[in-house]
Design a protein around this ligand. Structure first.
Ligand code: PLP
Length: 436
């Protein structure tokens, strides 16, 4: 982690090979460096604690955290031991197992509103199914979602705002039909009047309002008021629709439970993923028993999965939750997050770089621009080019963050005071480099 630009020849070579066999060289578009000026992404080969190492042997302090799941850092010994021990017993049975029961019990003990739970394999599946359940239960078709929130890549979720607030959606991806897009209404986050307007207009047809309670997908953006989420729930219920909280990023991120609990609110359904799998593929959905009982085999809403509840993910998830129950773990992430955020703001001020930092606990987004970010429009107006320069300046100094101005930095339980100090030195140098 010195100042000379690291040699990334092997990364470039692997990237070239990847490009000729894996579509676009990546298995998820957000891993490409397209949003930060292009070029080959860094190819990693090993992770340990707060660091990972690329194929050239360069070490990076990792704040990407695999886009969220790695709340314990890389290769946490207890999670690794659980996975190793799970592999001794064979890895897939296609039958019920004790671990899925134990894991579901642990989740419900933490989040009592998860009266009944189903495990799936990804956040995408979890959200997609909650929407189907809401439609099945209400007999209504439309979904209201919030502009800029990401809920996975199912057809219905790849719909963006139309021409104005509370307008019908337009497909955000080729291959999503206009008829699908017509089922989705998009409103700005942190804007109760816009939600009310949408409910007034479409309310009788709305099956559910789907929200990331603390947004993670146009940067970290919390509710602008303490009552915002309660108001969302109240207005939605008054229209006879259900409320789905997409807590794929937020669950077990800020405390041992959900964002709903932080705001003392009770959505009808939850979608979970990322952290709960301890780094293995996972998704889960759950909520009110009377609603969940409408899912097969008890009810008419169908959902299934060959890999759902697989023993490896269950046992990794149980181990991850066990570690997260240790006292002080979230307080520490919060404190280190606060230290890092304060240091970043100080370094920005020292060179008069206008920035905004939104932080909740150990997760934050540094936006380039002086204005408050409360919704997607605000986030869009921040400076992506400046972010891209900063991203590369950091990467060259051994600090890895997500290659997009809309993503978060995640401080994990594995980060140390020393990591924060090293990061802040790199941050200072990177801000200075931007001024040249
Ligand atoms: N919901 C939210 C809030 C997410 O951030 C994501 C992924 O980033 C998803 C759903 C989709 O999860 P997955 O990538 O596991 O399908």
């Amino acid at each position: 982690m010195n100042n000379s630009k690291p040699d990334r020849t092997q990364s470039r070579l692997w990237s070239e090979r990847a490009n000729s066999v894996i579509l676009g060289g990546v298995n998820s578009p957000s891993r490409s460096f397209k949003s930060v000026g292009g070029g080959p992404p860094v190819v990693m080969k090993r992770g340990s604690g707060s660091r990972f190492i690329d194929v050239d042997g360069n070490t990076y302090i990792d704040y990407l955290a695999a886009y969220g799941p790695l709340v314990l850092g890389h290769a946490h010994p207890e999670v690794m031991a659980a996975i190793r021990s799970a592999t001794e017993d064979g890895i897939l049975y296609g039958t019920p197992t004790p671990w899925e029961v134990e894991f579901a019990e642990a989740l419900r003990a933490a989040v009592p509103d998860l009266e009944r739970i189903r495990f799936v394999n990804s956040g995408t599946e979890a959200v997609m199914t909650t929407v189907r359940v809401a439609r099945g239960v209400t007999g209504r078709n439309k979904i209201i979602k919030f502009e800029g929130c990401y809920h996975g890549h199912s057809d219905l979720m790849l719909v963006a705002a139309g021409s104005g607030p509370s307008s019908m959606g337009v497909p955000d991806s080729a291959g999503v039909t206009e008829s699908t897009a017509r089922e989705v209404i998009t409103v700005p986050y942190n804007d109760i009047p816009a939600l009310e307007q949408a409910l007034d207009r479409f309310g009788d047809d709305v099956a559910a309002v789907l929200v990331e309670p603390i947004v993670g997908n146009f940067g970290i953006v919390p509710p602008a008021s303490e009552s915002y989420l309660a108001d969302v729930i109240d207005r939605t219920h008054r229209a006879g629709a259900l409320v789905i909280f997409d807590e794929v990023i937020t669950a077990f991120r800020f405390h041992y439970g959900t964002a709903a609990q932080m705001y003392n609110v009770h959505p009808d359904l939850f979608a979970l993923g990322k952290i709960i799998g301890g780094g293995l593929p996972i998704g889960a959905y759950g909520g009110r028993q009377d609603i969940m009982e409408r899912v097969a085999p008890l009810g008419p809403v169908y959902q299934a999965g060959t890999m759902a509840g697989n023993p490896l993910s269950m046992r990794a998830g149980i181990a991850c939750l066990q570690v997260l129950r240790q006292p002080g773990i979230y307080e520490r992430m919060d404190r280190l997050g606060e230290q890092l955020a304060a240091g970043i703001l100080e370094a920005a001020a020292a060179v008069s770089e206008p920035v905004t930092l939104n932080r909740v606990g150990g997760a934050f987004t540094l936006f380039f621009g002086a204005h408050t970010v409360r919704n997607y429009e605000d986030a869009k107006r921040t400076d992506g080019q400046r972010f891209a320069q900063f991203f590369h300046a950091l990467l060259d100094r051994g600090i890895s963050i997500a290659p997009s101005k809309y993503e978060a930095w995640f401080v994990s339980a594995a980060h140390t005071e020393e990591d924060i100090a090293i990061t802040l030195t790199a941050v200072e140098k990177s801000f200075k480099a931007l001024q040249d």
